[in-house]
Design a binder for this molecule. Structure first.
Ligand code: UD1
Length: 430
């Protein structure tokens, strides 16, 4: 298995092109199941999760072609995927594939809407809490599907098609909102989704669905109104910039010091995060082509933050913020309200010398003068990149094991950081 070695201490200077968002690319790819025509997705990041979803969609009969980048090229252009679901060959999403990535469960809605049936394995993904699918099931039932759970599979049926209805989510869920939205585009009549998640990636998917002929009102708001249509057509869509990748590199620069332009970033999708970074005394500048982040001399000020659904502080940046706070001039408090058990990075950060106390869903981080490099283990996607941030500011070398977690969500991470002067390299596995 590959490892990553990081020599700490270098400030970051330069430009990092921001990739397309993983959390938009995955549901956008799934949306291709809704139409017989070709959906062209530009700026798709090169990630293990995208590759895995390609395999899952191919299993359903989606024909996928890829226009790559030139070798060695990194940048916002990403890859262009052309996905054509002329016919759905198979409405089963098997355990072997779905168990590796939670978002693949989201094929349930489109398959049901288009074919009137779907059999999808209960999901897997990062080990960050129990992550049930009851809200997905609620949405499909509200649209008239009958659901059974047998032998680890969700069996959904709507032989006469889905019918529009009012769906009120008791809790905000990104995945269930995607599923309800996609399914409702082909349901008969009107659907209203209340307490919908407002993450920018949902807006991006909704905008793509509109290009495909869907009728959706209230995009970017907590109430979505969808008027069902009989079929959707092809479209050409560019995946929105990844706000989590943007926030991650911004925190890396805030940690090491330096001056980096995050090119192509969408600061308007990161307001809360940028406020927190400014509170930590990083210098945050919104520009026409992205976000410039600087820290010179001033130390890191401690913060108090709790994770919340968008527009609150994202759980997907909680681990990275905690890494930054390990070197703050005082004590920080971080509360995780979205997922239980999303503190697995804490014991690994402690191996680098961090002083963190956990109590339930709260972490108290007492800033230390210095971190020291050590061997550490990646446990999930965002936790693994928090270790990279800490290692960039630690004295000596850190070796990160299980980097396949990073490859699930960060396109060209070592290259992007190397280009800004970081001492980071991938060591190929024996
Ligand atoms: C998505 C993101 C993930 C992010 C998360 C929260 C993608 C591919 N993944 O995951 O990166 O961390 O949003 O911003 O976009 N829940 C239920 N029942 C359900 C579904 C969810 O109780 O049926 C709970 C979850 O356990 C969690 C909360 O709702 O406590 C939010 O989860 P959700 O927004 O659904 O996360 P995902 O869509 O899986």
């Amino acid at each position: 298995m590959d490892r990553i070695r990081i020599g700490g201490g270098n400030k970051l200077h330069g430009t990092i092109p921001i990739s397309g968002a993983k959390n938009a690319a995955l549901p956008l790819m799934i949306a291709s199941l809704l139409s017989e025509d070709t959906l062209t997705l530009r700026n798709t990041p090169r990630l293990a999760d995208v590759r895995l979803l390609q395999r899952i969609l191919q299993n359903h009969g989606v024909d996928i072609s890829t226009d790559g980048k030139r070798p060695g090229q990194i940048g916002q252009c990403g890859e262009t995927l052309r996905l054509t679901a002329r016919t759905i060959a198979d409405t089963t999403a098997p355990y072997e594939l779905v168990s590796k990535m939670r978002a693949s469960f989201w094929v349930l809605g489109p398959l049901l809407a288009r074919c009137g049936e779907a059999k999808v394995s209960l999901p897997g993904g990062c080990a960050i809490g129990t992550r049930p699918v009851d809200l997905h099931i609620l949405a499909m039932e509200r649209l008239g599907a009958s659901i059974a759970i047998e032998a680890g599979y969700v069996l959904a049926k709507a032989p006469k098609g889905l019918v529009g209805n009012r769906i009120v989510f008791p809790k905000v869920s990104v995945g269930a909102t995607h599923a309800a939205l996609m399914a409702a585009t082909l349901a008969k009549g009107d659907t209203i989704i209340e307490n919908a998640a407002q993450e920018p990636e949902i807006g991006d998917v909704a905008e793509c669905l509109v290009k495909m002929g869907a009728k959706i009102e209230g995009i970017h708001s907590p109430t979505l109104k969808i008027t069902g249509v009989t079929s959707l057509h092809g479209a050409d869509h560019t995946v929105i910039a990844d706000r989590i990748e943007t926030g991650t590199y911004a925190m890396a620069v805030a940690m090491t010091g330096g001056d980096v332009m995050l090119q192509g970033a969408r600061p308007d999708t990161l307001d809360t995060v940028l406020d927190v970074l400014a509170d930590s005394e990083a210098d945050v500048r919104r520009t026409n082509d992205g976000l410039r982040i600087l820290r010179n001399g001033a130390g890191i000020a401690p913060i108090r933050v709790e994770t919340q659904p968008y527009p609150g502080f994202p759980t997907d940046l909680q681990a990275q913020l905690m890494a930054l706070m390990t070197k703050a001039k005082g004590t920080s408090l971080i509360r995780e309200t979205i997922f239980e058990n999303r503190f697995m990075h804490v014991q690994e950060l402690a191996r680098l010398g961090a002083d963190i106390q956990l109590q339930g869903d709260r972490a108290e981080i007492r800033g230390v003068e210095k971190l020291t490099g050590a061997p550490v283990m990646a446990t999930d996607l965002r936790a693994s990149v928090s270790l990279v941030i800490a290692a960039l500011a630690a004295e000596g070398d850190t070796t990160l094991h299980r980097v396949y977690h990073l490859d699930r969500g960060f396109d060209s991470l070592e290259k992007k950081l190397q280009n800004c002067g970081a001492d980071i390299e991938r060591l190929a596995g024996q």
